[in-house]
Design a protein around this ligand. Structure first.
Ligand code: NOJ
Length: 765
């Protein structure tokens, strides 16, 4: 037999030739070969070894490496997460290969959400690029760096659609829209998994959080979700389906309940929908500790019951709790769980290990030992140019009064703000193995860009927050926010004095990364008051003020909008963030980002989203009427609509041309516009297609995104953009839960944001 395995495996297996002969080989990566192999392997496993495979363990203070090694040796662990260096991963895989009875390789997973060693912008930022090539770039490089660290799986992409700016985890997703999120999620899966998850530089994805976690009530993390089946199937489920159709090998089950049923106990969701309807063949993994939590959800009476319910409902592998290991043996013994049910779950674990190529080479993502990097954080392992490119594309220009931007690289610039010179926050939450010390701050980026041609003054101006409760919360588990010892007034005075010496002020304000993270829900979505006080004081100096926002959620930016001359949404832009923002500030890059979520004026407007229903009494601001749907104490729309973003040049969109005014049954219609760059700078913009079903058997949204295209146009240049519209774009879930396209009139709206469009209509026959 011809062997293809790494040098270290050869050495290891030389000690155990008999077992190696049985398990490892050049196994063809086909479903048929896999099924035969796994069926055979299952016959060799004891019940305890099978149950061991269902345990995914997190390395950390509760489970130190040493304790885990012992469990590995005894076949009590199926996979590991939170171990991120080749040395550590190799040591654990060696343990399996040298000491366990069956030598079933472990797989290694991690939250590679927006990069591994190199941090790209947070996903909400990447979504703002509306650029699938940029998304693919993030996916490929994240997978490359993760696989180069020895990892096999990532807990990504997160495709939870959310209309909830209070929820801190919106930062991990792609915004409020189903279509945009589906496109981004699909692209992430394809780019991370590559041709095969077994390839040297691919990782398997695990789409999360199934399902509808983004719709938690009040935006309070881990809270309840309750929604109509139409909304679930129309708006919330499609992105998971798109990611699975793209081949994602894994699904992470959500922590929340959906219509009263915790997802980890929901056999309708995990079996009927996922397996039967969607034909998902990969693995389901619970979220952290979710099986235990079934007791608190009130659907299991005790630990045994929780395990029984989760396993029977379709949760294959348990993340970070010992419940499956502890209670499944007893449950099988007393017949509450059958060995067949255990086998079904184990089969999924072994299947994904097979698909990862681990039975061909357990060291496939490790290589020989002497190839391990001496310095895991070596500069040479980063992908800075790509990170800078994506970060520039993710920046959204929200206001530019009198062309304040771009700035000149001359004169004196005052850079002020708690986020201006901060390496930790700019890389964002869930920044995987990225090292803050390798991040470029805005201050450094501006110094690089001006290269001595302008004078750059700096003052901190304020802390992230003067609210001790908030600062203590952020510093609860680690030192996450540094507080300047000077008093708020001293900081402010210093900033004002600095501003007075300058021609223009650049003010970097917003959130610390920990404010837009898991378990970081807010009832107030404005910039903290001390930072707004700083803005007001700087505005009062009369100097032009450019506000650079760093944050991980849509914020209510009324004050920033009123008091700034230019406003730039930069999200948390990653390792190369400072250079990328400086590129935009100085016009070396013309901003092209568009908002992936509506930005409300106040928390009271939530939920506010562009694809709402019309209601029977829609508000018309041109003819206000008391008895229409609106608030009397605020304007009705968002401050910035979905899809919005300015440029340093000016684009126009021609009227829409349709290839036909009728779409035959199951046919297509092409909708075209010509986009022209009427300014004197080259630039990119995003052309967006929206549709509306004018009259249907149920009320349909005022518009829904159905296509987009990012176009790059030289000054003065025009381009015609054509969107083919097919019957799938017209379909919706009707009152009887059938997915249908109903005959009738459809509006076609094309524009550069969701609020200002060119309109036409066709009839579906
Ligand atoms: C809990 C989070 O909900 C999930 O998104 C994450 O992947 C796991 N912890 C592992 O870190």
């Amino acid at each position: 037999m011809k062997w293809i395995y790494s040098v270290s495996l050869a050495v290891t297996l030389a000690m155990q030739p008999a077992l190696a002969d049985e398990l490892f080989g050049p196994h063809p990566l086909t479903p048929e070969a896999r099924d035969a192999f796994v069926t055979d392997l299952l016959t060799k496993m004891t019940l305890d070894e099978k149950i061991g495979q269902l345990r995914l363990i997190s390395v950390g203070p509760d489970n130190p490496k040493e304790a885990i090694r012992d469990m590995i040796q005894h076949g009590q662990v199926g996979a590991i997460f939170n171990t991120v260096t080749r040395q550590d991963i190799r040591a654990m895989q060696d343990q399996v290969m040298q000491l366990s009875r069956l030598k079933i390789p472990l797989f290694f997973a991690y939250d590679v959400v927006h990069g591994q060693r190199t941090a790209f912008p947070i996903p909400l930022g990447v979504a703002s690029s509306w650029d699938l090539d940029a998304v693919a770039q993030v996916g490929r490089i994240s997978a490359y760096e993760a696989a180069d660290d020895g990892l096999n799986m990532t807990w990504a992409p997160m495709v939870d659609v959310t209309r909830e700016p209070r929820w801190g985890r919106g930062s991990e997703g792609f915004g409020e829209d189903t279509y945009l999120t589906s496109e981004m999620g699909r692209t992430m899966v394809k780019s991370m998994q590559g041709k095969s998850a077994a390839d040297r530089y691919s990782v398997m994805t695990s789409v999360k959080h199934f399902a509808a976690y983004g719709a938690i009530e009040g935006g309070r993390d881990y809270n309840t979700v309750d929604m109509s089946p139409q909304r679930l199937f129309q708006d919330y489920l499609p992105p998971y389906k798109a990611a699975l159709d793209a081949g994602s090998g894994g699904v992470m089950v959500a922590l929340n309940s959906l219509n009263g049923m915790p997802a980890s106990a929901d056999s309708w969701l995990l079996k009927d929908v996922l397996r039967d309807d969607w034909q998902f063949k990969g693995i389901t993994i619970s979220d952290h500790g979710a099986i235990k939590e079934l007791i608190k959800h009130g659907v299991a009476s005790d630990p045994q019951d929780a395990v029984r319910v989760a396993l029977k409902s379709g949760v294959n592998m348990s993340m970070s709790d010992e419940y499956y290991s502890k209670y499944l043996p007893g449950l099988v013994k007393r017949g509450a769980v059958s060995e067949q049910e255990i086998d079904d779950a184990v089969r999924h674990v072994l299947n994904v290990k097979y698909d990862m190529g681990l039975f061909n080479d357990p060291y496939s993502h490790l290589g020989p030992k002497d190839s391990d990097p001496v310095d895991t954080n070596a500069e040479s392992r980063l992908h800075r140019a790509e990170a800078r490119d994506v970060a520039r594309k993710s920046i959204v220009l929200l206001k530019n009064r009198l062309e304040t931007l771009p700035l000149k690289k001359s004169g004196t610039i005052a850079l002020i703000g708690p986020l201006a010179d901060n390496q930790r926050d700019i890389i964002g939450s869930w920044s995987a193995a990225a090292v803050a010390k390798q991040a470029v701050t805005l201050r450094q980026g501006m110094l690089n860009a001006t290269a001595g041609k302008a004078t750059l003054l700096y003052a901190k101006g304020a802390n992230i927050s003067d609210d001790k409760g908030i600062v203590d919360f952020l510093n609860l588990y680690e030192q996450a926010v540094d507080t300047d010892a000077r008093s708020p007034q001293q900081l402010l005075d210093d900033a004002v004095a600095t501003a007075k010496k300058a021609d223009v002020v650049v003010l970097a304000i917003g959130e610390a990364r920990g404010m837009a993270h898991e378990a970081s829900s807010r009832t107030d979505i404005t910039t903290p008051p001390n930072q707004l006080k700083l803005l007001a004081a700087l505005k009062a100096t009369g100097k032009p003020v450019v506000v650079v926002l760093m944050n991980g959620r849509p914020l209510a930016l009324v004050k920033e909008y009123q008091q700034s001359d230019a406003l730039l949404e930069t999200w948390f832009s990653g390792t190369e963030g400072g250079n990328a923002i400086a590129d935009v500030l100085f016009g070396d890059y013309n901003p092209s980002g568009k908002l992936p979520s509506s930005f409300p004026r106040s928390v009271g407007q939530i939920p506010i989203y562009y694809n709402h229903l019309n209601t029977g009494r829609p508000y018309n601001f041109e003819k206000p009427n008391k008895y229409t749907s609106h608030y009397y104490d605020a304007a009705n729309g968002p401050l910035f609509p979905f899809g919005y973003g300015l440029s340093y040049t000016r684009f126009t969109v021609s009227p829409v041309k349709l290839s036909s005014s009728v779409m035959p049954r199951n046919g297509t219609v092409n909708a075209s516009v010509t986009v022209t760059n009427r300014g004197d700078r080259d630039g990119a913009t995003v052309v967006q297609l929206y549709l509306r079903d004018q009259v249907a058997s149920i009320s349909r949204p005022v518009k829904e995104l159905k296509g987009f295209k990012r176009v790059m146009l030289k000054a003065g240049e025009s381009q015609t953009v054509t969107f083919p519209i097919d019957v799938d774009a017209l379909k919706f879930w009707n009152a009887r839960m059938q997915q249908v396209a109903e005959p009738g009139k459809f509006s076609v709206m094309i524009g550069l944001d969701s609020a200002t469009t060119q309109d036409a209509e066709f009839t579906y026959l």
